[in-house]
Design a binder for this molecule. Structure first.
Ligand code: GLY
Ligand code: MN
Ligand code: MN
Length: 435
């Protein structure tokens, strides 16, 4: 990411904090077991403002004061030949300052020592508290140290703001760089789903199909999965967070794959549900057609000025009508929606914000009012039907679980759908036939 994008985002934060100070650390490294770490993933807020990929880093913004201009400061790991031999390259403060467009950079070891000086005589502090107790303690120690200087006339910040609230509002509207990156992520995720459709055969294990997707993600340069992939054959598709992916895929079943890659920190989040043997059975067609019609209605409901709930409401009408047509529910559509009778078969929301986090930052509601869609917002559209065996569910339908999920940018014209993986019955059967 060029630092013009991150500098522009930092400028917006400078405009907000006035003479205040903003402090934001990246994520700590996470142990997996004994001395073995999870692959490192930076904090999304920190990444949004810095594009700096290393652990043990803190960004500080000092707002302009008097004739002193604002200053963006990075604390990061020093160069260390020994550690670089074992663990890999570190920028070090000097190179990082230039490469990431900071006004100053210091070794991370100096952060706690410099903190009281940085906090002194700043009217307000913008920070994220209540997330990491260790971080909270460091900030409190810094504030206490400033308070001890009060007799020499140094003032401690009077106001503490949650920096996440500001950043959530910014992250909700994607800039041009984010839009381009998310398109790239989605294109790779699309290719992964197509590869899985082509590779799928009865008798294959769910994990083998997962491997096809992972292969495509990594060989096309994605960082990996943005979230644990779901590869759910048959009834497993009715377990919403099924991630064990360890059963066999049987002839005559559907398989639901919910998988998306991460590219430069940005997530794709795509679901396709297709027949293991390449042909939808008549009951599978019936249910699939309902979910697809609901998804189309939801996407059509996306436009600037519409409510975040408009796609959900549109999908619900179609799904509920479908459940009546399938004779799984009886009654008026409005009544069944009002009583939430559909929830037995459709128990989740139709979408969520998408970005650096798969369930991305951004408010869904202000008070009682749902957020209004504006250009630059990015959300998933993912209706489904999950027909668990049970009372009133005929054997032909029992065990069918279908979700169809696309990633959509709100544009001036309406929905700009990133996802291109085959979606209609004809498209999917065609892709599976020619392979
Ligand atoms: N893959 C997570 C979700 O669809 O929300
Ligand atoms: Mn999703
Ligand atoms: Mn998903």
């Amino acid at each position: 990411m060029s630092h013009a994008h991150t500098a522009a985002r930092r400028q917006r934060l400078f405009d907000r904090i006035g003479e205040g100070i903003a402090i934001l650390p990246t994520a700590p490294e996470a142990l997996r077991n004994r001395d073995n770490h999870h692959p490192y993933r930076f904090d999304s807020y920190f990444w949004y403002l810095t594009a700096f990929p290393e652990p043990e880093a803190v960004m500080v913004l000092l707002g302009a004061q008097g004739d002193k201009p604002g200053q963006a400061i990075l604390f990061c790991r020093d160069k260390n030949e020994e550690r670089e031999i074992w663990d890999g390259f570190r920028h070090g403060p000097q190179a990082a300052q230039a490469a990431f467009g900071f006004d100053a950079a210091f070794p991370i070891e100096e952060f706690d020592k410099q903190l009281p000086k940085l906090l002194g005589n700043r009217p307000a502090l913008w920070v994220a508290l209540g997330h990491d107790p260790e971080w909270d303690a460091r900030i409190h120690a810094g504030l206490s140290a400033v308070r001890k200087e009060a007799r020499s006339g140094i003032v401690v910040p009077r106001t503490i703001h949650d920096i996440r609230a500001e950043l959530d509002a910014m992250r909700l509207i994607k800039d041009s760089h984010e839009i381009a990156t998310m398109r790239r992520a989605t294109a790779i995720a699309d290719a992964g789903h197509v590869r899985a459709m082509r590779a799928c055969r009865p008798g294959m294990a769910e994990y083998a199909l997962e491997a096809e997707i992972s292969h495509e993600f990594r060989s096309r340069g994605a960082d990996g999965h943005a979230y644990p992939p779901i590869v759910a054959g048959g009834l497993n598709a009715c377990i919403l967070h099924y991630i064990s992916n360890d059963k066999l895929l049987n002839d005559g079943q559907l398989v639901l794959i919910d998988a998306g890659c991460e590219v430069e920190g940005y997530a794709a989040d795509i679901t396709r549900t297709f027949p293991v043997n390449g042909r939808y059975s008549p009951p599978q067609r019936d249910v699939y057609s309902i979910v697809l019609a609901a998804q189309t209605a939801a996407i059509t409901a996306i436009r600037p000025g519409a409510s975040f709930m408009a796609p959900h409401d549109a999908a619900l009408k179609v799904l509920t009508q479908g459940l009546v047509d399938l004779k799984l529910l009886a009654g008026s559509i409005d009544g069944l929606i009002e009583s939430e009778a559909y929830k037995r078969f459709y128990m989740h929301r139709t979408g969520h914000w998408l970005g650096l986090d798969v369930h991305d930052a951004g408010d869904y509601k202000t008070g009682e009012a749902w957020t209004t869609l504006v250009p630059g917002m990015t959300l998933t559209v993912e209706p489904g039907l999950y027909l668990r065996p049970g009372e009133g569910v005929p054997p032909a339908l029992a065990g069918i679980g279908i979700r169809i999920e696309d990633d959509v940018l709100v544009s001036e014209e309406g929905a700009d759908v990133y996802t291109t993986a085959p979606k209609t019955i004809a498209e999917i059967e065609e892709v599976m036939r020619v392979s």
